[in-house]
Design a protein around this ligand. Structure first.
Ligand code: PMT
Length: 455
């Protein structure tokens, strides 16, 4: 939730097409319209016939200060513009509420009403605020329709939240609050144009990826199922946008992505910590996508534990199994940084949390680890998170913004993450992390380029 409303200039000169479809949450579209206008946007409201059953077009017309478009023929005749003109004028199309039916019709490429025709005819980014009954939301057909729309990054979604629904159910399906949608609009329009090549030029980015392995003996380890794909995708996308990327990789079977300047392979959390201590003092951005083990065996057994060694060996194994906590690498960087640098992006891997609960958990990690952004993903579902080629994440920012990036391929998602935060990075200034806080010798890791920038 935003703490305060945006300044009136934030959306000046931006045209937002606000599509309202037929659900009970349509009443919240009036407040969203008011917030968009207050932020300076030109708001063109389009309502479906079903939406008019829930809220009067006159309300939206009064709030937007523009005639509300209702009919595919009216859009050409009465307002003097066709649906193609409405489509091409849009900087962003927001559909709030987006019913299951509307999402299905957009995904099918239908154009049988004005809103669907504008969505189809426009190349503008789309922000969907789904709202529906929980079962409809959880139906794989709805999820597949949404994923289809979001594939490629043109469409993203915000919400739905979980809670008490108008139909009497409790669960996921409640439309995100208008201020959350406004935050997503601001994030989307800050980056509405996909970041151009070179948008991260001169940014020194450190990305960690993959699992850590914590040795039990010379051949066994405690590990996790991280493949490194998410972190490698972020490293590749940052390098393609012009960043100087250092990739710190846990034990993964992936090739170094094109254009990545430097790769440091590590195995354990303690090795990753050393690599971070050497590289983060000169970094502008640190991304902790690695699944760092929280615990390691307290003792490493030399050789190989064997059941044939009998009772004595079993006793040694029992002594070796007690775990000791690993340092929290992300929190350490958070504590060391000065003047908001480096920009710190953590991840939160959660099982069985979605919607608002996922956001709340991410917020507590954001605070504990002093990050600018936590990328929250639910890792207990098939096809997303650990090991898969796709992911779905919620970006939870320290300034209160929340942006949902729906399920898509990890490379597309990585690009969408950089598109969202890129504009913030370019305006950040000030000295890098205080070198007095770094380990001895770390200062020598800084490149001459880094010294020049910090002077
Ligand atoms: O590698 P893939 O197969 O592509 O899967 C991607 C992913 C699911 C691993 C990735 O998207 C992800 O969620 N990475 C973070 C996993 C994790 O460790 O989450 P966490 O909620 O336990 O930790 C929170 C943050 O603290 C993370 O940024 C983590 O890197 C960091 N951390 C955790 C423990 C620790 N000892 N030190 C840390 O720095």
């Amino acid at each position: 939730m935003l703490e305060s409303l945006p300044m009136a200039s934030q959306l000046t000169e931006r045209t937002v097409v606000l599509g309202v479809t037929g659900g009970i949450a349509a009443y919240k579209a009036a407040e969203l319209c008011r917030l968009l206008v207050k932020a300076g946007a030109r708001v063109q409201v389009i309502m479906t016939a079903a939406a008019c059953e829930f809220i009067a077009p006159l309300t939206m017309q009064t709030l937007s200060g523009r005639e509300v478009l209702l009919d595919i023929f009216d859009s050409g005749r009465r307002a003097g513009v066709g649906h193609v003109e409405v489509a091409s004028a849009a900087d962003l199309i927001v559909v709030a509420p987006a019913t299951a039916d509307a999402i299905a019709r957009f995904a099918a490429g239908m154009a049988d009403d004005l809103l669907a025709a504008v969505v189809l005819a426009s190349g503008a980014p789309i922000l969907l605020a789904p709202a529906m009954n929980t079962t409809m939301w959880e139906n794989p057909i709805t999820q597949e329709n949404l994923a289809r729309l979001c594939r490629g990054g043109r469409a993203t979604s915000v919400g739905p939240d979980a809670g008490q629904l108008a139909c009497g159910w409790t669960g996921a399906g409640r439309m995100a609050e208008p201020d959350e949608i406004l935050a997503a609009v601001l994030a989307r329009l800050g980056s509405g144009v996909p970041a151009r090549a070179g948008a991260l030029e001169a940014q020194r980015v450190v990305v960690t990826a993959g699992p850590t392995w914590e040795a039990v003996d010379d051949v066994r380890f405690l590990g996790n199922r991280s493949s490194g794909k998410m972190g490698f995708a972020l490293a590749e996308a940052a390098a393609a946008l012009g960043a100087e990327v250092t990739l710190i990789a846990g034990p993964v079977g992936l090739d170094t992505p094109a254009l990545v300047a430097r790769r440091i392979d590590v195995e354990s959390a303690l090795e990753m910590r050393e690599a971070l201590r050497k590289t983060t003092p000169a970094a502008d951005v640190v991304v902790m996508a690695a699944a760092v083990a929280d615990f390691r065996p307290g003792v490493r057994v030399l050789g190989k534990l064997s059941r044939r060694d009998g009772k004595r060996q079993a006793a040694r194994a029992a002594r070796a199994i007690p775990l000791v906590p690993n340092p929290d690498l992300l929190a350490e960087i958070g504590r060391r940084r000065r003047g908001g640098r480096p920009y710190l992006m953590g991840f939160a891997a959660e099982v069985g949390l979605a919607g608002q609960a996922l956001v709340e958990r991410a917020r507590s990690k954001l605070a504990e680890k002093a990050c600018d952004l936590v990328v929250a993903n639910e890792v207990g579902r098939a096809g997303v998170g650990f090991g898969s080629d796709e992911n779905a994440v919620t970006l939870v920012f320290s300034d209160g913004r929340v942006v949902d990036l729906s399920r898509t391929r990890k490379d597309k998602l990585a690009r969408a993450i950089w598109d969202t935060i890129g504009p913030e990075l370019t305006v950040r200034q000030g000295p890098a992390q205080d070198p007095r806080e770094t380990v001895p010798g770390a200062k020598n890791q800084r490149t001459s380029r880094a010294k020049g920038r910090d002077a």
